[in-house]
Design a protein around this ligand. Structure first.
Ligand SMILES: [Zn+2]
Length: 172
C-alpha cells in the first residue's frame, strides 16, 4: 500500500487522477446514470476513460471500469494492461474486479466504498484471494468524500424526482 502516493512519491497525483475519474462520473450524472467514473493511467498519463452507461445503453456490463478497460486495450493493442493503474470513484463490483484481474492491471485506486456491491472488501474481497495468478495492489479512500457525495446528490435528486419535487443542486 502506498496510501495514494504514486511511484514518484508525490501525494497529489492520486487525487489528480481521481478528480479526472470524477469528471467521468459527472458525465454519467448528466445522462441520468448512476455517477461512477474511471480512468486508466500508464506512465503518468491517462490512456482511457469511462463512465457508467448501463441505463442508456441497456447493458448491465457497461460499468465505468469495463468501458475504460476496453478503451485502454484498444489503445495499447493488447488485453494486457500490466503497467496500468485504474482509478474508480466507487469500489468495483465482482464483474469489474474480475475484469481488472483479467486485464492484469497493476494498481486499483478506489474513491468511495460500496457497501451493497463492493468486491474489494465491502461485500467480498476478490483481490485478497491468494490463488489467483495475478495480484492487484488496492488503495482505498482517494477523494472518498467527493466520490461518495456525487452519488448521494444523485440519489437524493432521484428520490425527489420520484416524489414529484424539484431540487436545484449544483455539483460545481
Ligand atoms: Zn462493475
Amino acid at each position: 500500500m502506498d496510501n495514494g502516493k504514486n511511484t514518484w512519491g508525490t501525494p497529489w497525483t492520486g487525487s489528480y487522477f481521481m478528480k479526472e475519474a470524477l469528471k467521468e462520473a459527472k458525465k454519467a450524472y448528466k445522462k441520468n446514470e448512476t455517477p461512477i467514473g474511471a480512468v486508466i493511467v500508464k506512465d503518468g498519463m491517462i490512456i482511457a476513460r469511462g463512465h457508467n452507461e448501463k441505463e442508456l445503453k441497456m447493458d448491465a456490463t457497461l460499468h465505468a471500469e469495463m468501458t475504460a478497460i476496453k478503451k485502454a486495450s484498444k489503445k495499447l493493442g493488447s488485453w494486457r494492461l500490466n503497467d496500468c493503474d485504474i482509478y474508480v470513484t466507487l469500489e468495483p463490483c465482482t464483474m469489474c474486479a474480475g475484469a481488472i484481474i483479467q486485464a492484469r492491471i497493476r494498481r486499483l485506486y478506489i474513491g468511495a466504498p460500496d457497501p451493497k456491491a463492493g468486491a474489494a472488501g465491502s461485500v467480498i474481497n476478490v483481490f485478497a484471494i491468494e490463488n489467483f495468478n495475478h495480484k492487484v495492489e488496492v488503495i482505498h479512500g482517494i477523494l472518498e468524500e467527493e466520490c461518495s457525495n456525487i452519488l448521494k446528490v444523485f440519489f437524493k435528486e432521484l428520490r425527489a424526482k420520484k416524489a414529484g419535487k424539484h431540487v436545484w443542486e449544483s455539483l460545481e
